[in-house]
Design a binder for this molecule. Structure first.
Ligand SMILES: Nc1nc2c(ncn2[C@@H]2O[C@H](COP(=O)(O)OP(=O)(O)OP(=O)(O)O)[C@@H](O)[C@H]2O)c(=O)[nH]1
Ligand SMILES: [Mg+2]
Length: 332
């Protein structure tokens, strides 16, 4: 058994913690599963849909293995992750004496689930808790901030947004429009101004207003642009000057449609600033979705939230079971 699978098994053996109050509200839960199902409709029809069709055959044949490997790679799991899954499945077929394609399908569902961890509980101990949002151009940062701000404020938290993308024309306006629409307070910078100064002012304002959560938007940047990555490090440092210990979290917004390239990008962000978690945006636009597995296995970062649409309420805490059911279709 591979090292990671062992780890994943240990993980699920630990007691389950109920992370979100939503879990105890039954009607809301039906709603949430519907959201995951709708949000992942593209993925479940495309790559993972073909996997489901593959298991329409009755017996496990050598061809099934070859096709399954190709389909997992096409689904954006990446070669290494696909191999780990296949390896685990082969061992289970031997150990449990599986012969039917349906049994393999159930085993696949379980193995995929084991590769994903539930997000750790969010820590909001510091007052304010400062969260820096980073990522490549167009990954979904600003929209995700609006959605997260909406979510946290609906939970009763005092949220303050910081529009520290002073680089792209209209970036500040974009977040201001969201802030107005969602009734969230915001500190904005001037276009072309110093992003660090805006971040600093936002944190200082949050301290004096007694805010609970600060979400700071930053300019999109290519991970290969040295100067821009240095600037991001500076924003990170300046936030720490405004409040010792801040930022308390750095969330990398990743675009689920980018595929395997996004893993390389994420590594560069991880090196530049201490990324603590991933927001996986645009899962609803992705036909593949397998990136979620690669993010956890190859980057060791938890996926905290998933973007399942463009509306403020289309941001859900990452739920491995709902995700696997969403991409593979309902339980057998
Ligand atoms: N369908 C869908 N669209 C999304 C999601 N998240 C963001 N978008 C769209 O993606 C586009 C880019 O989103 P932004 O939030 O502006 O991305 P950004 O990372 O802030 O972009 P820059 O500031 O230019 O780097 C917008 O059209 C969003 O509406 C999502 O979860 N689902
Ligand atoms: Mg933006």
């Amino acid at each position: 058994m591979g090292k990671f699978i062992r780890h994943a098994l240990n993980y699920t053996a630990s007691p389950k913690i109920n992370l979100y109050p939503r879990d105890i509200i039954a009607p809301a839960m039906t709603n949430i599963f519907a959201k995951w199902k709708d949000g992942l409709a593209k993925t479940s029809k495309a790559a993972f849909g073909q996997i489901a069709t593959l298991f329409g055959a009755t017996d496990i044949t050598p061809e099934i293995w070859d096709e399954l490997e190709a389909l997992l790679i096409q689904a954006d799991l990446g070669m290494d992750t696909a191999d780990i899954i296949l390896d685990a499945l082969e061992k289970r077929v031997d150990r449990e004496g599986l012969t039917k394609a349906q049994q393999l399908r159930t085993a696949l569902r379980e193995e995929l689930r084991l590769l994903l961890s539930s997000p750790p509980p969010l820590q909001f101990e510091a007052q304010p808790t400062v969260i820096l949002i980073v990522g490549v151009n167009g990954s979904g940062k600003t929209t995700s901030i609006a959605k997260l701000g909406h979510r946290f404020s609906s939970e009763g938290k005092q949220v303050l947004l910081g529009a520290a993308d002073t680089y792209r024309a209209a970036a500040v306006d974009q977040l201001e429009i969201w802030a107005n629409r969602l009734n969230l307070p915001i500190i904005s910078g001037q276009m072309g101004g110093d992003a660090g100064a805006v971040a600093y002012d936002t944190v200082k304002a949050a301290i004096s207003r007694n805010s609970d959560i600060v979400l700071i938007d930053t300019a999109g940047r290519l991970h290969t642009r040295f100067n821009l990555m240095e600037e991001l490090k500076k924003v990170h440092r300046v936030v720490g000057k405004a409040m010792p210990g801040a930022p308390h979290a750095v969330w990398l917004v990743m675009d689920a449609t980018t595929g395997q390239n996004a893993i390389q990008q994420a590594r560069a962000f991880k090196e530049a600033v201490k990324v603590s978690g991933v927001v996986l945006a645009k899962l609803d636009s992705s036909a593949r979705g397998g990136m979620a597995f690669a993010i956890q296995r190859e980057l060791g970062l938890p996926i905290l939230f998933a973007g399942l649409g463009e509306k403020p309420e289309d941001m859900q805490p990452f739920d491995p079971q709902a995700f696997v059911n969403g991409i593979l279709g309902e339980e057998d």
